[in-house]
Structures are given as C-alpha cells and as structure tokens.
Design a protein around this ligand. Structure first.
Ligand code: HEC
Length: 459
C-alpha cells in the first residue's frame, strides 16, 4: 500500500509549518544533509520502521505526551510521511542535542546513520505498511531509570500555568529529614506531560532558606516565578546545588554507586518547572512529583559545581555580546585548583587528586548557538567531552557520561560558548522583530549565561 494521506488540517499547525519549510528547503539542502540512502528494498512499517518509532519517537509522541501528535499507529505515521523524512534526516528529531564529537552518553536517543537511512528510504518508497504479522522485535528504549525509591517529594498543590508560551515556576517541596541525607538517584514524574517541558531540582542550603521562603511568600499562588536558578528574575542569583533534572524522553537515574549529593537538615528542595503552552493550550493543572533514592552515608560525596568564570558574575560586561554581531564567543578554562570561585562552593573539598566527572548540564539562554565542554591535558592534548553544536534553549538537560571522565589536577577543564546576536536572531514581540541590543551575563530571560553544572566526585 502506498499511503500519502493528506495532512489532516485539524491536526497541527506545526507540521504544516515544517511542510512549508520542506517546500522551501529541498530535502538535500546542505543544512539538513541527508544520510546516505539505504539500499534496502522491501522495507515495511511493521517489520522495519515501527520498532524504531516505538523506541525513539513514541516515548514523546503518544496521546497526551509532550510530542504535539501521536506516532502510535501506521495511520499516524503515514499521514506525516514527508515531514518525518525531513525531521529525521535533518536530525531535528528525536531532539537530542549533543554531537558525536564528545564522549559516549547514557540515554542517547539519537538515531544511528543506518536508522536514518532506513527511515528515509522507506519514506522515499512511499511508506509501505506491510503485514502486522511481520512486526519486528521491539528495540530497547534509550532511557535508564531509578532502581529504588526512598522518598517522594510532591508539589504542595496543583499549579496551572497561565503565561504563554513559557512559564518558569519554582516550588518549594517539603524536605523534612532531621539528619543529613545523600541523594543517590532521582526520577521526576511530570504531572501533566503535555505542558511540562523540563524540570530541574535545586538544594538550597539552610543558611539561605529564608530568602527562598520570602520569594515564595511574595508571589501569590502556588510557588513563585523564577528563572535560571531558584531565584526570581532580576534578583541576585542564590548559590544552590543543582540535584535532579528531567527532560522529555528520560526517566530516572541512579547516580554512580557509592556517590550522592549531601543535603543537610533545614535545606530546601526547590523544583523549577518550565511549562510550555504552545501545544496544546491545555488548561488542566500540573502536579509534579520527585522520587529520590537516599542514603545516610556514601563512600564518596559528590558535588554539583557551576563551571564558569566568576568575573562574569561580578562584572557582567566582561561577557559582552555586542548588538548585531554573530559568532560571538566567550569561554572559561581552568585547573580545579585554579578555579577558586567555583570550587569555593565545594564546602572545603579541594579536589587535590583531581575529580571524576560523571555528568554535565550545559546552560545558556536563548541567543546561544553552541556550547562545548572540553579538557586540555597537562601534555597539551585536548579532548571534547560534550558538544552541542546547535544549542536549543528548549531542550536542556543533564548529560551523563557512559564512563566517568578523569580530570587530573593539572588538566584544564573548559566551557566555551558561542552566541548569535545578529538581526536575524532576534525574537518577535507582537509580530515585530526586535532590534538587537548588547547582551551580558545576567539572570533574566533577556540576558545570557555560559555555564556547565558538573556532577563530580573527588578522586
Ligand atoms: C523527547 C521527546 C520527543 C521525541 C523522542 C521525539 N519527538 Fe518529535 N517532537 C517533540 C516535540 C515537543 C515537538 C514539537 C516541536 C518542538 O517543541 O520542538 C516535536 C515535533 C515533531 C514534528 C513536527 C516538527 C515541526 O517542526 O513541526 C515531527 C514530524 C516529529 N516531531 C517527529 C518525530 C519523530 C519521527 C521522532 C522519532 C524519530 C520524534 N519526533 C521523536 C518531542 C519529541
């Protein structure tokens, strides 16, 4: 059967948008370079394509999921055939940002070149359905999960976002333990998956708890508006240790055995949820919960450190991104011992033998184009650890290395960022393209950042 069913117009404006992009951009456009065509003949949905789509697409593209339409049946897939060919060959979907320049990562949901070739060849062949009796064996999904739940933290009451398209809200979740606990694993369970875009959990030290409670009290309704960290926009950022994160398509995570993040009694657990009301505009409330595995002690205490240049924080114009310029770069490179400001947050730990780097969460704001985390060894050789060549603010997450990366005391760990502040990068407000203005380091949506939150253990 050759199915090229017309797009049901009620379905989605989004796919229609891509269709016009498709017409404007021929499929062999250099941007969306096509993978080499597979020479496989006789590909069918049931035998060859469904197992890939189930494992790599239907994690989000299910009824009520974050994907704007389901890809659960042959009909769902068949009616979007050309768009699917385009988003797959341009690697726009699945939304997995890191390139293969960096080290292997857990939960990598990107498609292999072979899978891309298979899908695009099948699309070119008209997307034949085949016989359900030939259904191929299921493929494993990319995600890891949390293996044990010791505590579940819950938002005190449901919240319904009202700001479109994006609302960032922080919720103080009850942390009632009277002794120090170590967070050894986590899983965020978004309540309303059609609006929760991503979520990050921070630990705020007891000494700063009053500040956060004041933010909460000052903002009516459940939680308070916040941006970047657990701090309202335009307030001075509070140092907080980032502990858990969630982005669509991932579940939970066990931290490497014997490691965990210390949480002292009296600390606050602040959950920041990014709601996106693009599609659908779903007024139903969200009640997100966080499952944690906890330990009373761990063999090696882990730290989440913000890796960035502290002078940017104190002198924001040191990270100037001039109006109208593209390809503006700033970076920070230091040894662990030389990164005074950053390691000062490690509560006395000096990392004199170096660290194992287990995971990193790169962070820029909306003008970011590229971010790279790398290490320069004492002998001068350089290794890319993680590279996001096309930064997308909407798809931020923590990336966990398949193997921990050794950072020796003499190695320089670097974070490098590139921004586009040219005319064409400016956002539209009420249908009008804004004029570029100088950007510097700052906490607001209209400022920029260049930072890597790293999860490390001392060696
Ligand atoms: C992690 C969640 C996730 C996964 C996995 C995922 N998608 Fe998506 N997809 C989305 C979201 C969310 C959107 C809406 C656009 C956006 O926010 O980028 C989208 C949009 C799309 C679109 C419309 C694109 C446009 O620009 O209008 C297509 C087509 C699509 N996805 C196909 C796929 C296919 C095929 C796969 C698997 C190979 C896949 N998606 C995997 C979440 C996902």
């Amino acid at each position: 059967m050759t199915a090229r069913a017309p797009l049901r117009s009620s379905r989605l404006a989004l796919a229609a948008g891509s269709l016009s992009a498709l017409i404007a951009l021929p499929m062999c456009d250099s941007e969306g370079a096509r993978a080499p065509a597979s020479d496989e003949a006789g590909l069918t949905y049931w035998e060859h394509i469904k197992p890939i789509i189930d494992a790599r697409c239907a994690t989000c593209h299910v009824d009520g999921g974050i994907g704007p339409f389901p890809l659960e049946s042959y009909e769902d897939v068949a009616e979007l055939l050309p768009v699917i060919g385009f988003v797959v060959s341009s690697r726009q979907m699945p939304p997995w940002q890191p390139s293969h320049e960096g080290k292997p990562l857990l939960g990598d949901m990107s498609l292999s070149d072979d899978e891309i070739a298979r899908i695009t060849t099948w699309v070119d062949q008209g997307g034949p359905e085949g016989d359900p009796a030939d259904e191929g064996p299921p493929q494993p999904r990319a995600s890891a999960d949390l293996s044990r739940v010791d505590a579940t933290l819950t938002m005190a009451e449901p919240f319904t976002p009202t700001l479109a398209p994006d609302e960032y809200r922080c919720f103080v979740l009850d942390w009632s333990f009277s002794t120090t606990k170590y967070v050894t694993g986590h899983r965020v369970n978004p309540g309303n998956t059609s609006i929760v875009h991503h979520a990050v959990g921070f630990i705020v030290a007891p000494e700063l708890a009053d500040r956060v409670l004041a933010f909460d009290a000052a903002d009516p309704g459940p939680g308070y508006g916040c941006f970047g960290g657990p701090t309202p926009e335009k307030e001075d950022q509070l140092p907080a240790s980032f502990a858990v994160s969630w982005a669509p398509g991932n579940f939970g995570l066990d931290r490497p055995a014997g490691t965990g993040i210390a949480v002292r009694p009296g600390s606050l657990f602040v959950l920041q949820v990014h709601y996106n009301l693009d599609h659908p505009t779903d007024p139903s409330p969200d009640l997100t919960t966080v499952d944690l595995s906890l330990a009373d002690d761990v063999a090696t205490r882990a730290f989440t450190l913000p890796w960035f240049d502290f002078t940017w924080y104190f002198q924001p114009e040191q990270m100037m991104i001039p109006a109208g310029e593209s390809r503006v770069t700033h970076g920070y490179e230091a040894t662990l011992a030389g990164s005074g400001g950053v390691t000062a947050l490690a509560e006395g730990e000096t990392f004199s033998e170096g660290v194992l780097l287990h995971a990193a969460l790169p962070h820029m704001h909306t003008f970011g184009e590229r971010i790279t985390i790398s290490v320069t060894r004492a002998n001068g050789s350089r290794e890319t650890l993680l590279e996001i060549p096309k930064w997308d603010f909407h798809w931020q997450r923590e990336y966990v290395f398949a193997e921990p990366q050794v950072i020796n005391p003499g190695d320089k760990l670097a974070v490098a960022c590139e921004w586009d502040n040219s005319d064409r990068a400016q956002p539209f407000v009420d249908g009008e393209r804004q004029s570029p203005r100088d950007l510097t380091w700052g906490e607001g949506t209209a400022d920029e950042m260049c930072i890597a939150m790293i999860y490390v253990t001392p060696r």
